[in-house]
Design a protein around this ligand. Sequence first.
Ligand code: FAD
Length: 119
Amino acid sequence: MESFSFTAEEEVVQKPKIEKTHPYDYDVFVIGGGSGGISAARWAQELGASVALADYVKPSPVGTTWGLGGTCVNVGCIPKKLMHYAGILSEQRTDQKLAGIPIAAEHGDHQWATMVGSV
Ligand SMILES: Cc1cc2nc3c(=O)[nH]c(=O)nc-3n(C[C@H](O)[C@H](O)[C@H](O)COP(=O)(O)OP(=O)(O)OC[C@H]3O[C@@H](n4cnc5c(N)ncnc54)[C@H](O)[C@@H]3O)c2cc1C
């Protein structure tokens, strides 16, 4: 593929035209719709290629599966960060108590199922 160099302004209005020189339906076929696959597909499309993407998620032993987004969005970075944030909230309750700010009794114990459902 030929390489192109545009300024940001030109990029919006001027997309390179890729001349189709093959017998296939798509210029690019991406396997895997995680962070890498989606990014590759978007950039290829930005450069004028016709793109298809296929994602298949093998169910976990308990049958868990998900849609597009791959590991990071569904079972990696994002849920990890949300759970980490939940942990920080819990630590803040301890600090709050040490800072002399009363904690309402109705806060009760941590509810794991609620957190997992929210994440
Ligand atoms: C618990 C955890 C926490 C993480 N936290 C962070 C973080 O904080 N920051 C960070 O930068 N990274 C983090 N990562 C790493 C990050 O998730 C990965 O680097 C990133 O998801 C890799 O992207 P990828 O597109 O290469 O693969 P994936 O996101 O795994 O995507 C691959 C996709 O391809 C699909 N696939 C596989 N085989 C086929 C096939 N034969 N046909 C069709 N589809 C297929 C898969 O089902 C999946 O949807 C974390 C990972 C984990 C597990």
